[in-house]
Design a protein. Structure first.
Length: 382
């Protein structure tokens, strides 16, 4: 069984409520808030169970996601945040992030967040075009976002923005406008995701009626953004994430570095003591179980094999621009990728998809566009 080298632990908290479902979103959430108070009570009950089990662990990153956490009332947020602080041992230098929609954040809520230790906001801008925001079914306009961002800056020193590209009817030019507007506001961090058409979403049901940019146009958007953000002072440290110096997301880095974390709430994932598990995506079943002091039902639970851990090491480290340390891989797992995949690595370096500096191989921006294919090609045969 794998043991951590550190007593630190990350905490993810899922809030499965949204005022409106976006047309592209397949995250677990609902628009009926009638169970919100019962849910928060159940969430804190699960928190009590987890904190008792890992009471010696120090929480140094918290991420409250969803759904739309900022759509809870100020009173509900105070209850949730206060309850988490009562149950867990938070590190003095904790990174404490909450996701927010620009239309659901106000001064009262920002006061509650700051008073309860939240020190980082992740705000979902997505696009600076009101037409594109409408297509996405977002409930805010760009003007709403600007007002919210200006207000949030009075309370938070660390703000991340979420952007999307490859949207229906989006052009390379309109995406450049979004990037320019986002950077002009001087956020600390930018996450930038390509639209994926997920099964079961309104976009998926629209099928060929969606007027999506071509693959080449989407690739151009990504490559332009990587170069543009670098010039603007943002370091790309992962496929989709860019940060000013000292502002990398410590919680997200946990996932890619295979550091341990616990997830609370339905659909929340955990990784601890060599196991990965997820709570079932069932709000009623979650509340029911916790009301009886029972653990929530799980949808999956996997104890990682040696092969699983090695493959994760390759896949997750290559997601980051720091790349994969081949010497470490050989030392820890006995897999000499520099020999077994030498020809493939040379080819990918030759074609500009990978770089190799001594023992480190890493993707270029062009390489990130085909990363799934390359990673699959580099994984060892079982």
């Amino acid at each position: 069984m794998m043991k951590t080298d550190s007593l630190s632990l990350g905490l993810y908290v899922h809030i499965p409520f949204c005022l409106k479902k976006c047309a592209y979103c397949d995250f677990f959430s609902q628009t009926d808030y009638s169970l919100a108070d019962k849910y928060l009570s159940a969430l804190l009950t699960e928190g009590s169970m987890v904190s008792e089990q890992y009471r010696e662990r120090l929480i140094d990153t918290v991420y409250i996601g969803g759904g739309t956490p900022s759509s809870l009332s100020a009173l509900q947020l105070a209850s949730l945040l206060g309850g988490l602080r009562e149950r867990f041992h938070f590190a003095p230098e904790i990174e404490f992030t909450l996701e927010a929609n620009p239309a659901t954040l106000d001064e009262e809520k920002l006061c509650v967040l700051r008073e309860n230790g939240v020190n980082r906001l992740s705000i979902g801008l997505q696009s600076a075009s009101n037409t594109e925001l409408c297509t996405l079914s977002r409930i805010h306009t760009y003007e709403d976002f600007e007002k919210t961002y200006t207000l949030a800056r009075r309370y938070m020193d660390n703000i991340s923005l979420d952007l999307m590209f490859g949207l229906p009817d989006q052009t390379e030019e309109s995406f450049r406008v979004t990037l320019n507007r986002a950077v002009s506001l001087k956020p600390n961090h930018i996450s930038m995701y390509a639209l994926k058409i997920e099964e079961g979403t309104p976009f998926h049901r629209m099928g060929e009626k969606l007027m999506l940019p071509s693959e080449d146009e989407v690739a151009n958007m990504y490559l332009y953004a990587c170069a543009f953000l670098e010039k603007a002072g943002f370091q790309q440290y992962e496929i989709s994430n860019f940060a000013r110096q000292g502002c990398l997301s410590r919680h997200n880095l946990r996932y890619w570095k295979r550091e341990e974390y616990i997830g609370l709430g339905p659909a929340a994932h955990s990784f601890i003591e060599g196991r990965r598990y997820a709570n079932k995506k069932d709000l009623a079943a979650y509340i029911q179980a916790l009301s009886h002091q029972e653990k929530p039902p799980r949808s999956e639970e996997i104890t990682l094999s040696f092969q699983d851990e090695m493959e994760e090491e390759i896949m997750l480290k290559l997601r980051m621009t720091a790349g994969l340390d081949m010497a470490y891989l050989k030392e820890k797992f006995g897999y000499a990728i520099e020999k077994s995949a030498a020809r493939k690595i040379r080819e990918y370096v030759k074609h500009g998809f990978l770089t190799q500096k001594e023992n480190i191989i890493a993707f270029t921006p062009r390489g990130f566009l085909v990363s799934n294919t390359v990673i699959a090609d580099l994984l060892p045969d079982e």
